[in-house]
Design a binder for this molecule. Structure first.
Ligand code: GDP
Length: 177
């Protein structure tokens, strides 16, 4: 029987960038137009990757800005982060930069499993952040970068498989659990 490993992942970013839509697309496989709850929500899903099984526990947060103080529950016992901005909002990109700095300090400046997501890629005529800027920022953190659209199931799925892989990659670079 494969081992079921528990992974807690927190989704952070400025409000309205698509955090809830991405989590919902991943768990339910659908995009909900105009669905915008502002409360914190959690989701659970069993994810199979090759021979391994993971119990992914996702925490969808209400949204932060550059002044937010991150609670301990976003740091302690968290395996990885999905940091989301919207490609149509430069401000949301600046917010993920500041969130990363806070997380990095909160974790004692160790290497963090992070997937940086530029969401709303379907709205490219309104683009304010180029893909190359997202890629560069993620590289400076040693993290993975993806552009996504919560409207597209495939892309939303791959974010959450990537964060599981990223957690394994960072763990392996420190040796076994
Ligand atoms: P959150 O506040 O970050 O959780 O953002 P929501 O998931 O509530 O999304 C905010 C708004 O953006 C909603 O009206 C969504 O329908 C819309 N939205 C989310 N993701 C996308 C996307 O990838 N493309 C487009 N066009 N709209 C999106």
């Amino acid at each position: 029987m494969p081992l079921l490993r528990y992974r807690k992942v927190v989704i952070l970013g400025y409000r309205s960038v698509g955090k809830t839509s991405l989590a919902h697309q991943f768990v339910e496989g659908e995009f909900l137009e105009g669905y915008d709850p502002t409360v914190e929500n959690t989701y659970s899903k069993i994810v199979t990757l090759g021979k391994d099984e993971f119990h992914l526990h996702l925490v969808d947060t209400a949204g932060q800005d550059e002044y937010s103080i991150l609670p301990y529950s976003f740091i302690i016992g968290v395996h990885g982060y999905v940091l989301v901005y919207s490609i149509t909002s430069l401000h949301s990109f600046q917010v993920v930069e500041s969130l990363y700095q806070k997380l990095h300090e909160g974790h004692g400046k160790t290497r963090l499993p992070v997937v940086l997501v530029g969401n709303k890629a379907d709205l490219s005529p309104d683009r304010e952040v180029q893909a190359v800027e997202g890629k560069r920022l993620a590289e400076s953190w040693g993290a993975t970068f993806m552009e996504s659209s919560a409207r597209e199931n495939q892309l939303a799925q791959s974010i959450f498989t990537r964060i599981i892989q990223e957690i394994a990659r960072v763990e392996n670079s420190y040796g076994p659990e």
